[in-house]
Ligand binder design. Structure first.
Ligand code: HPA
Ligand code: ZN
Length: 344
């Protein structure tokens, strides 16, 4: 069913219960917080104002963004910094009616510059606990390996995570995709899976369909991050359909990083029409110009998504989550109740 007006569509998107499955917590560092933390930690940053920081966020590809992203996280030094960062994110998505989030963090982005693994994860976990009790938002944590670093480095990071394995749901793979295929991380993913962790990986954002195949066949992922370029390979589309593989798609990220030139050319609607389990996510909201509902709204407007599309996207966000079956079923009922109330 289509919406009577853009306002009605906006209201429907704003209120529908949803989950976020692709969010790098370091990518939610807003320029204002960057300044506040730089001051708190007596760190020089090469910008005079938050506006100047925002102006620097014009990217022509993934690497362009990553250079600024790693520079930005340099202000994160203490457990409290990680707590404040993560709490700000939860408060923001609470306003978007998100009720669950599966959050990535990049421990190597911190340990590489002398910040302890425990400093980062303790702050993030404390904020996750508080989001559950204060905002009723559930969350899980996914530890990403930086693919531009070596597999040995990833193995050492997995080792460092040992005391926290009961609080980490899975491992992921992010950073510079081209030249760093999933197969480079075969051993560390096998080890993580043997430890009972779930596996996800970024693939097909800039990289070819071959990288998506490798993520499926070699890393044995449970969920695909991005996956846009899968559509270039009909056999791969068939495989994703057969496996009911969830794709965590990030439209405003794709636009910012020139994965698509225009949101009107975004493959999300095509994915849904092919029966792929696509979801909408914000990736790095402070860098890409929008949180969860901004992504839904911009995509719905550009691709003329109807009510059934929005419902499918929100439902996919729970079906593709690592929540238990009962909680997923309950969340789907919340959506059905919401739709009935909205229509009534
Ligand atoms: N792609 C790859 N690595 C990343 C991203 C992304 O969009 N964001 C943070 N690390
Ligand atoms: Zn990402």
């Amino acid at each position: 069913m289509s919406f009577a007006s853009p306002e009605q569509r906006g209201a429907f998107i704003a209120g529908i219960p949803k989950a976020e499955l692709h969010l790098h917590i370091e990518g939610s560092l807003e320029p204002e917080m960057m300044f506040a933390l730089a001051q708190r930690n007596a760190i020089d940053i090469p910008f005079a104002s938050a506006e100047e920081v925002r102006k620097a966020y014009a990217f022509s590809n993934l690497q362009d963004f990553l250079d600024i992203y790693y520079q930005g996280m340099n202000v994160l030094r203490t457990e409290q910094d990680f707590y404040d960062l993560t709490t700000a994110y939860f408060r923001r998505i609470h306003a978007d009616n998100a009720i669950h989030a599966e959050i990535f963090f990049d421990p190597q982005g911190h340990t590489e510059r002398g910040v302890a693994f425990s400093t980062a994860i303790d702050g993030i976990l404390r904020a996750m606990d508080d989001a559950q009790s204060d905002l009723n938002i559930s969350s899980q944590l996914i530890m990403c390996f930086l693919r531009h670093l070596s597999e040995e480095d990833a193995l050492a990071t997995l080792e460092e995570a040992t005391p926290y394995l009961d609080r980490i749901s899975g491992v992921g793979l992010d950073s510079s995709e081209l030249g760093h295929p999933p197969s480079k991380f075969a051993k560390v993913f096998a080890k993580a899976k043997a430890l009972g962790l779930k596996a996800v990986a970024h693939a097909g954002e800039e990289g070819p369909p071959d990288y998506v195949w490798e993520a499926l066949d070699i890393l044995k992922i449970e969920r695909m991050d991005h996956g846009n370029r899968s559509l270039e390979d009909p056999r791969l589309v068939q495989r994703l359909q057969d496996n009911q593989m969830t794709l965590t798609v990030c439209p405003l990220s794709n636009l910012s990083l020139c994965v698509v030139d225009n949101l009107k050319d975004h493959p999300l609607k095509k994915m849904l029409d092919l029966g792929l389990h696509a979801t909408i996510n914000s990736d790095d909201p402070s860098y890409f110009g929008g949180y969860l509902n901004d992504n839904y709204e911009a995509t719905a407007s550009a691709l003329n998504l109807d009510k059934d599309d929005i419902i499918a996207l929100a439902k996919n966000s729970f079906r593709g989550s690592f929540l238990d079956e009962e909680t997923i079923a309950q969340s789907l009922r919340h959506i059905d109740d919401y739709v009935a109330r909205f229509d009534g």
